[in-house]
Design a protein around this ligand. Structure first.
Ligand code: SF4
Length: 216
Protein backbone atom coordinates (compact mmCIF):
# COMPACT_ATOMS: atom_id res chain seq x y z
CA UNK A 1 0.00 0.00 0.00
CA UNK A 2 1.40 3.40 -0.93
CA UNK A 3 2.43 5.85 1.74
CA UNK A 4 1.88 9.44 0.58
CA UNK A 5 4.05 10.79 3.42
CA UNK A 6 7.04 8.86 2.10
CA UNK A 7 6.17 9.55 -1.54
CA UNK A 8 6.42 13.27 -0.78
CA UNK A 9 9.64 12.78 1.19
CA UNK A 10 11.33 10.71 -1.51
CA UNK A 11 10.28 13.12 -4.26
CA UNK A 12 11.48 16.21 -2.38
CA UNK A 13 14.76 14.55 -1.35
CA UNK A 14 15.36 13.50 -4.93
CA UNK A 15 14.61 17.01 -6.15
CA UNK A 16 16.50 19.12 -3.59
CA UNK A 17 19.09 16.67 -2.27
CA UNK A 18 20.15 16.62 1.41
CA UNK A 19 19.46 20.09 2.82
CA UNK A 20 22.07 19.72 5.62
CA UNK A 21 20.06 21.50 8.31
CA UNK A 22 20.19 23.27 10.80
CA UNK A 23 22.51 26.11 9.76
CA UNK A 24 24.41 26.30 13.08
CA UNK A 25 27.69 25.05 14.52
CA UNK A 26 26.61 24.13 18.06
CA UNK A 27 23.44 22.92 19.82
CA UNK A 28 23.23 26.19 21.75
CA UNK A 29 23.40 28.16 18.50
CA UNK A 30 20.43 26.08 17.27
CA UNK A 31 18.51 27.00 20.44
CA UNK A 32 19.21 30.71 19.98
CA UNK A 33 18.27 30.56 16.28
CA UNK A 34 15.05 28.67 17.05
CA UNK A 35 13.93 31.47 19.38
CA UNK A 36 15.06 34.31 17.12
CA UNK A 37 13.33 32.91 14.03
CA UNK A 38 9.88 33.16 15.63
CA UNK A 39 7.73 35.46 13.44
CA UNK A 40 10.58 36.62 11.24
CA UNK A 41 12.59 35.62 8.17
CA UNK A 42 15.87 33.76 8.63
CA UNK A 43 17.75 36.63 6.93
CA UNK A 44 16.88 38.83 9.95
CA UNK A 45 18.02 36.09 12.32
CA UNK A 46 21.36 35.95 10.51
CA UNK A 47 21.86 39.69 11.10
CA UNK A 48 21.16 39.24 14.80
CA UNK A 49 23.44 36.20 15.01
CA UNK A 50 26.24 38.17 13.33
CA UNK A 51 25.97 40.79 16.12
CA UNK A 52 27.05 38.17 18.64
CA UNK A 53 30.42 38.14 16.85
CA UNK A 54 30.87 34.46 17.61
CA UNK A 55 30.14 34.75 21.37
CA UNK A 56 27.97 31.70 21.53
CA UNK A 57 28.74 30.59 25.02
CA UNK A 58 25.48 30.21 26.96
CA UNK A 59 27.20 31.36 30.17
CA UNK A 60 27.91 34.72 28.45
CA UNK A 61 24.26 35.18 27.49
CA UNK A 62 23.14 34.05 30.94
CA UNK A 63 25.17 36.83 32.56
CA UNK A 64 24.65 39.49 29.87
CA UNK A 65 22.53 42.50 30.90
CA UNK A 66 19.07 42.26 29.32
CA UNK A 67 19.38 45.66 27.59
CA UNK A 68 22.64 44.60 25.93
CA UNK A 69 21.02 41.39 24.71
CA UNK A 70 18.08 43.35 23.29
CA UNK A 71 20.45 45.56 21.29
CA UNK A 72 22.31 42.56 19.88
CA UNK A 73 19.20 40.74 18.71
CA UNK A 74 17.30 43.83 17.51
CA UNK A 75 17.49 42.87 13.78
CA UNK A 76 15.41 39.73 14.51
CA UNK A 77 12.41 41.83 15.57
CA UNK A 78 10.25 41.55 18.72
CA UNK A 79 13.56 42.00 20.53
CA UNK A 80 12.07 42.95 23.91
CA UNK A 81 10.20 39.64 24.09
CA UNK A 82 12.84 37.54 22.41
CA UNK A 83 15.61 38.74 24.76
CA UNK A 84 13.52 37.47 27.68
CA UNK A 85 12.79 34.22 25.86
CA UNK A 86 16.53 33.75 25.20
CA UNK A 87 17.26 34.29 28.87
CA UNK A 88 14.53 31.75 29.71
CA UNK A 89 15.79 29.02 27.40
CA UNK A 90 19.36 29.66 28.56
CA UNK A 91 18.22 29.28 32.19
CA UNK A 92 16.59 25.98 31.25
CA UNK A 93 19.84 24.80 29.61
CA UNK A 94 21.72 25.89 32.74
CA UNK A 95 19.71 23.38 34.80
CA UNK A 96 21.70 20.80 32.77
CA UNK A 97 24.96 22.71 33.43
CA UNK A 98 25.01 23.65 29.73
CA UNK A 99 25.93 20.03 29.05
CA UNK A 100 24.38 18.57 25.89
CA UNK A 101 25.16 15.01 26.98
CA UNK A 102 23.12 15.47 30.17
CA UNK A 103 20.12 16.71 28.15
CA UNK A 104 20.39 13.73 25.82
CA UNK A 105 20.13 11.31 28.74
CA UNK A 106 16.58 12.46 29.48
CA UNK A 107 13.47 10.87 27.90
CA UNK A 108 12.07 12.79 24.93
CA UNK A 109 8.57 13.17 26.40
CA UNK A 110 9.71 14.75 29.65
CA UNK A 111 12.17 17.06 27.88
CA UNK A 112 9.43 18.26 25.53
CA UNK A 113 7.17 18.91 28.51
CA UNK A 114 9.94 20.89 30.21
CA UNK A 115 10.61 22.97 27.11
CA UNK A 116 6.92 23.73 26.61
CA UNK A 117 6.78 25.04 30.17
CA UNK A 118 9.48 27.64 29.38
CA UNK A 119 7.81 30.98 28.65
CA UNK A 120 8.30 31.85 24.98
CA UNK A 121 8.84 28.26 23.81
CA UNK A 122 5.89 26.93 21.82
CA UNK A 123 5.60 23.52 20.12
CA UNK A 124 7.43 24.49 16.90
CA UNK A 125 10.37 26.00 18.80
CA UNK A 126 10.48 23.10 21.27
CA UNK A 127 10.49 20.50 18.50
CA UNK A 128 13.12 22.42 16.52
CA UNK A 129 15.37 22.44 19.58
CA UNK A 130 14.75 18.75 20.35
CA UNK A 131 15.41 17.66 16.77
CA UNK A 132 18.13 19.98 15.55
CA UNK A 133 20.01 20.73 18.80
CA UNK A 134 19.70 17.39 20.59
CA UNK A 135 18.96 14.81 17.85
CA UNK A 136 15.63 13.61 19.25
CA UNK A 137 13.00 12.28 16.79
CA UNK A 138 10.44 15.03 17.36
CA UNK A 139 8.82 16.11 14.10
CA UNK A 140 8.64 19.89 13.51
CA UNK A 141 5.43 21.36 12.10
CA UNK A 142 5.23 24.87 10.70
CA UNK A 143 3.07 26.96 8.38
CA UNK A 144 4.75 25.41 5.31
CA UNK A 145 3.86 21.92 6.58
CA UNK A 146 0.23 22.81 7.14
CA UNK A 147 -0.06 24.45 3.72
CA UNK A 148 1.41 21.45 1.91
CA UNK A 149 -0.87 19.07 3.85
CA UNK A 150 -3.95 21.10 2.97
CA UNK A 151 -3.11 21.37 -0.71
CA UNK A 152 -1.79 17.87 -1.45
CA UNK A 153 -3.86 16.84 0.61
CA UNK A 154 -2.57 14.68 3.47
CA UNK A 155 -5.01 13.62 6.17
CA UNK A 156 -3.34 15.04 9.25
CA UNK A 157 -5.94 16.77 11.44
CA UNK A 158 -6.16 20.45 12.09
CA UNK A 159 -3.91 21.30 15.03
CA UNK A 160 -0.18 21.18 15.71
CA UNK A 161 -0.16 17.97 17.74
CA UNK A 162 -2.39 16.12 15.27
CA UNK A 163 -0.18 17.05 12.29
CA UNK A 164 2.97 16.09 14.21
CA UNK A 165 1.42 12.77 15.23
CA UNK A 166 0.34 11.98 11.65
CA UNK A 167 3.88 12.46 10.30
CA UNK A 168 5.44 10.51 13.16
CA UNK A 169 3.04 7.61 12.51
CA UNK A 170 3.85 7.49 8.81
CA UNK A 171 7.60 7.99 8.51
CA UNK A 172 10.53 5.95 9.87
CA UNK A 173 11.66 7.00 13.35
CA UNK A 174 15.09 8.05 12.05
CA UNK A 175 16.77 11.32 12.91
CA UNK A 176 17.99 11.98 9.38
CA UNK A 177 14.46 11.51 7.97
CA UNK A 178 12.92 13.85 10.57
CA UNK A 179 15.73 16.34 10.03
CA UNK A 180 15.56 16.29 6.23
CA UNK A 181 11.79 16.15 5.94
CA UNK A 182 11.10 19.40 7.78
CA UNK A 183 13.93 21.17 5.94
CA UNK A 184 12.65 19.91 2.57
CA UNK A 185 9.11 21.12 3.30
CA UNK A 186 10.47 24.58 4.16
CA UNK A 187 12.47 24.67 0.92
CA UNK A 188 9.47 23.52 -1.07
CA UNK A 189 7.21 26.11 0.56
CA UNK A 190 9.64 28.85 -0.39
CA UNK A 191 10.39 27.80 -3.94
CA UNK A 192 7.24 26.09 -5.27
CA UNK A 193 4.34 25.74 -2.83
CA UNK A 194 4.24 29.44 -2.09
CA UNK A 195 1.38 31.05 -0.22
CA UNK A 196 0.37 33.12 -3.22
CA UNK A 197 0.83 31.90 -6.79
CA UNK A 198 2.29 28.41 -6.16
CA UNK A 199 4.36 27.13 -9.08
CA UNK A 200 2.26 24.01 -9.63
CA UNK A 201 3.12 23.46 -13.29
CA UNK A 202 6.82 23.00 -12.51
CA UNK A 203 6.37 21.40 -9.08
CA UNK A 204 8.05 17.99 -8.54
CA UNK A 205 4.96 16.93 -6.54
CA UNK A 206 2.60 18.14 -9.26
CA UNK A 207 1.83 14.67 -10.62
CA UNK A 208 0.16 13.56 -7.39
CA UNK A 209 -0.94 16.80 -5.75
CA UNK A 210 -4.70 17.28 -5.77
CA UNK A 211 -4.32 21.07 -5.80
CA UNK A 212 -2.47 20.83 -9.10
CA UNK A 213 -4.81 18.23 -10.58
CA UNK A 214 -7.80 20.45 -9.86
CA UNK A 215 -6.29 23.09 -12.08
CA UNK A 216 -5.92 20.77 -15.10
S1 SF4 B 1 1.42 21.09 -7.13
FE1 SF4 B 1 1.14 23.20 -6.40
S2 SF4 B 1 -0.10 23.04 -4.53
FE2 SF4 B 1 0.72 21.00 -4.98
S3 SF4 B 1 2.60 20.84 -3.78
FE3 SF4 B 1 3.18 21.57 -5.81
S4 SF4 B 1 3.18 23.81 -5.67
FE4 SF4 B 1 2.06 23.00 -3.89
Amino acid sequence: MSNPFMEIYDTLLNHYGNPHWWPADTPYEVMVGAVLTQNTAWTNVEKALANFAGSWKPCLIASMPLDQLKLIIKPAGFFNQKAIYLKNITSWFQTYHFDVSLVKQEPLASLRKELLSVKGIGPETADSILLYAFDFPSFVVDAYTKRLCERYPLKVGDNYEAVKHAFEQNIPREINVYNNYHALIVLHGKYYCRKRRPLCEACPLGGRCQNNQQKN
